[in-house]
Ligand binder design. Sequence first.
Ligand code: 6YU
Length: 501
Amino acid sequence: QGIDSHIVIIGCGMSGIGAALKLTKEGFKNIKIIEATGRSGGRIKTTTFGNVIVEIGANWIHGPSKANPVFQLACEHGLLDSQAMSEENQALDVEGHPSFQSFYSSSGNKLTPELTKSVSQLFLTLLGKSKEFILTEKEPYPSVGEFLKKEIAKHAVEWKDDAETKKLKLALLTMMLKLECCFSGTHSMDLVGLGAFGGYKTLPGLDCTFPGGYEGLIDAMMKGLPESIVSYNNPVKCVHWNWSFRGANSPEQTFPVMVECENGETVPANHVIVTVPLGYLKEHYETLINPSLPLSKVHSIQRMGFGTNNKIFLEFEEPFWEPDCEVINLIWEDETPLADVKPDVNQFWMKKIFGFTVLHPPERYGHVLCGWIAGHESEYMETLSDTEVKNSMTEVIRKFTGNPSITPKRILQSKWHSDPYTKGSYSYVAVGCSGSDIENIVQPLPLQETDTKPLQVLFAGEATHQSFYSTTHGALLSGWREADRLITHYTQSPLISQNFS
Ligand code: 6YU
């Protein structure tokens, strides 16, 4: 029983796997996933680093609590530790922000908690305000960055501190803007639209990691699918739609869509779910879909933002941080968000790193830090060798700690911008775009619902989720959404549902 639906899913990341699982569970047959690379998981990617495992892509379950389907799945598969699953952990609401811990400055000093607390509080308040514009018609500034900088300037004139403290406060705020760039996956907060910024929703729960690696969840999910469902190392070249293609094994049957792969293989289908990353779609939409996408979709794809956030893993013989330290923030004392300077990316790329997260617990990870860097500087870093990056990191850490002998023994950097099938890290709502751009991208083809062959090309992937874009749960929910669209179509259409029992 079930329905011979001939559905092709392009991309074997969280959204593609999620869609395939839901359709399979509902009894749909003849589903194929076509994946460009040799592995499942896409931007969920766990690897070894010396003797430990690290995440090259997604790191945390953001908001691990009941409403988060990734958390639910991880619990069902027994992949989290008891602390992450505890009711207390699920109830904590920190709105997705890590706690600021150690603050090192470029003159080799540590900043006092009094100073860092008040500045962190100010930044979080302003960030909260910047999310309120979703509720109003008014956008006093086009971007989150411009709003934050104007507000910082207003506060700065009220500060009664001495000149040195004022300078440090501004330097701290610059670091926080860099952190926010990593979080939003953008080069600058000046590129993030103010009106739409509040559309991103956080869930309760203190962000948690997978002790055995995020990819363990992908492995567990893949076990629920038929073994031969994925065709690996098979990049799709073009999705031809709105046509009538004959099936290779059943020439009497015709299909409205045909997926053409780079290797010349052709796969006829009734429906195709495209889950390629927005970065890939931005570069390839002209050739990936034939006939071309409607202009409304093209404009939304162009308007939506997709930036780079990379990681730099460093392993040390001994920790130079305190045992309970979670985040080491780097404050360049000469920086201020109020000066409009164009950075020299090639020479000073490393100044864009906001800091390092400490991999906890040391019994599992040894002494490993993860540096975070977003934007053009991050993309430039991808062109450098590991040795060049390691040397720069050594110099930075020595400068900030005042310890001339600290040397990382191993390094690993992610390179999401040069990944040909991703072209960056994740999406953000750019200046000039709104939630309706996400809606436009989601609309299946053909756009007319009355078409005799509806739902030929559907769109999923993290960038297509209105409130959880840029996350794994957003990706999973988007895959489920498109699977549900097909399930509803087949179960509600009287003729088709006769076939489906
Ligand atoms: C999360 C986190 N996290 C860090 C870094 C990255 C990401 N995310 P996929 O790309 O997985 O799959 C598509 C497949 O398509 C892929 O396999 C391709 O090979 C394939 N493909 C492409 N072209 C093809 C072709 N032509 N033919 C065939 N196949 C093709 N998410 O929840 N927690 O900690 C992080 C992080 C460095 C890079 C993350 C995190 C994002 C997730 O990884 C990502 O959303 C999903 O895995 C995507 O799944 P998918 O199926 O859509 O695509 C206010 C406000 C601000 C908003 N942002 C705040 C949220 C913060 C986001 N997260 C933070 C960052 C971290 C640390």
